[in-house]
Design a protein around this ligand. Structure first.
Ligand code: GAP
Length: 462
């Protein structure tokens, strides 16, 4: 069972140190959030899992970390200065955003209207906000002179930093087509729609990869290129399901209608998740053709090409782009892991059933009580484990309440040190501890000498 509603997750996130509303001290700041000690670990783990799948485990993808603030002409070439400037309306009910001009032209299907003749949301007939001429890019100013020559933009996506470094990567890394360049980074969009927690925020992190391939033989019928697009769609869907453990029935692929396609795209498929409010985008996988490399070649006056050693010709590569939102994926990971079930007393037990690889805390070391006799062994185990795994030590409150707390933050394994471990009343201890499994609540006794091996088995990929 996933979280029943967003409020449940928002409250858990604040209570347990995952995510805090930003600047609460000053009354808050719309659509911005701060990541707390557990949120930052969760985010890092998801980012690492993506990097591992997209870069380390492949021999055809390399990484990049391009400057955030870059030449403003990059955003002219990419089309963002011109095309992020549309009359936008949002549905007050399902939050979907529409271009009003497209909507009135019937590009989204027959126009629905209310009694007063105002257009309604094509998706669910909800009321729409007033249209606004709106460029989603944040402007900033470099230097001390406040004129147009000093304007720069905060990046609304990571992709352009990759395109403008294409030649640098080919030349320095001796890359042959096909190959990809991956980047994870913060992006900024001046979002007008209330954000549904970290689903839509002003600043967010993206995980994007541009996969460059030979141009198709037939531009009008690029069969091999579309096949590559399909392969990436399948690979990315499998990553959410198999690596993050997201329930397959709450994931789906949605192909964009022609009218919806971004200015650069010959085809886009979204991976969507079934949020408490309905299906929503998690990742877009776009067939960007040669749009970006050609555009930067034209704008800069320096054509960006690849020398094909077989044909001895310069070609402009085509691109497939899997573009994921890290912070949105984090929201999905939380929602999907949330479980309520009765405990042995029939009371509600809340568990975040994270896969161990994403769990922010992997192990909790819990002496049975605050008794001095238990502390040395418990601290020794804690010191031994925390250099290998994110480990917490907690000796406050009853053991039952501490188990509940660890369940609620998704810790896969708890280790309990008790009097049997250390001995009492003149008896020597058995130098063994209890391992408790978060999901089954099963407890097994393990000698301290075997602890590392037992944990390695229980924490795959950590
Ligand atoms: N380079 C292509 C690109 O940026 P996109 O579909 O606009 O494509 C990719 O963004 C992903 O980034 C989305 O699927 C979503 O997960 C995430 N994303 C976009 N805008 C966001 C926002 N305002 N807040 C959080 N995540 C966002």
């Amino acid at each position: 069972m996933p979280a029943p509603d967003l409020e449940t997750i928002v409250s858990l996130c604040k209570r347990r140190g995952f995510i805090f509303p930003a600047a609460e001290l000053y009354g808050g700041f719309a659509n911005t959030y701060d990541y707390g000690p557990l949120g930052v670990e969760l985010k890092r783990n998801i980012r690492d899992a993506w990097w591992r799948a997209m870069v380390r485990e492949r021999d055809d993808v390399v990484g990049l970390d391009a400057a955030l603030i870059t030449h403003p002409r990059v955003w002219v070439a990419s089309g963002h200065v011109a095309t992020f400037n549309d009359p936008l309306v949002d549905c007050k009910k399902c939050q979907q955003r529409w271009r009003l001009d497209h909507l009135l032209e019937g590009d989204y299907g027959p126009v629905k209207r209310d009694a007063a003749g105002n257009p309604l949301c094509p998706n669910d007939g909800g009321e729409l906000t007033e249209p606004r001429q709106f460029n989603l890019m944040f402007k900033t100013q470099i230097g001390t002179v406040a004129d147009d020559s000093a304007i720069a933009y905060l990046p609304p996506e990571t992709a352009q930093g990759i395109f403008i470094n294409f030649e640098n990567v080919v030349n320095s890394m001796r890359r042959k087509l096909p190959f990809g360049i991956a980047q994870t980074r913060v992006s900024f969009r001046n979002e007008i729609t209330p954000g549904k927690f970290v689903f839509r925020t002003l600043e967010f992190e993206q995980m994007e990869m541009e996969y460059f391939c030979f141009p198709p033989k037939d531009r009008e019928n690029p069969a091999e290129y579309l096949e590559l697009h399909q392969q990436w769609i399948a690979a990315r869907l499998a990553w959410y399901r198999d690596t993050l453990g997201i329930e397959a029935s709450r994931l789906r692929i949605r192909n964009h209608e022609k009218a919806e396609l971004s200015h650069y795209s010959a085809g886009t498929a979204d991976i969507e998740y079934l949020f408490p409010w309905g299906w929503g985008e998690l990742e877009g996988i776009a067939a960007r053709t040669d749009f970006d490399l050609t555009a930067h070649g034209n704008e800069s006056g320096h054509p960006i090409t690849y020398f094909d050693e077989e044909t001895h010709q310069h070609v402009v590569p085509w691109v497939i782009e899997p573009a994921a939102g890290l912070t949105r994926t984090l929201a999905v990971t939380l929602l999907d892991a949330y479980t309520e079930e009765p405990d042995e007393k029939g009371e509600k037990r809340v568990v975040l059933k994270f896969r161990p690889n994403v769990a922010p805390v992997k192990i909790a070391v819990l002496p049975l009580s605050k008794n001095e006799a238990l502390r040395p062994l418990a601290r020794k185990i804690y010191d031994m484990l925390r250099t290998s795994w994110m480990t917490q030590y907690d000796e406050t409150q009853s053991i039952g309440r501490r188990y509940r707390r660890q369940d609620e933050i998704g810790t896969p394994v708890c280790i309990t040190v008790d009097f049997q471990s250390v001995g009492e009343g003149g008896n020597t201890g058995d130098d063994a501890v209890t391992l408790r499994d978060r999901d089954t609540q099963e407890q097994v006794r393990i000698p301290v000498a075997n602890l590392m091996a037992a944990l390695r088995e229980r924490l795959p990929g950590c």
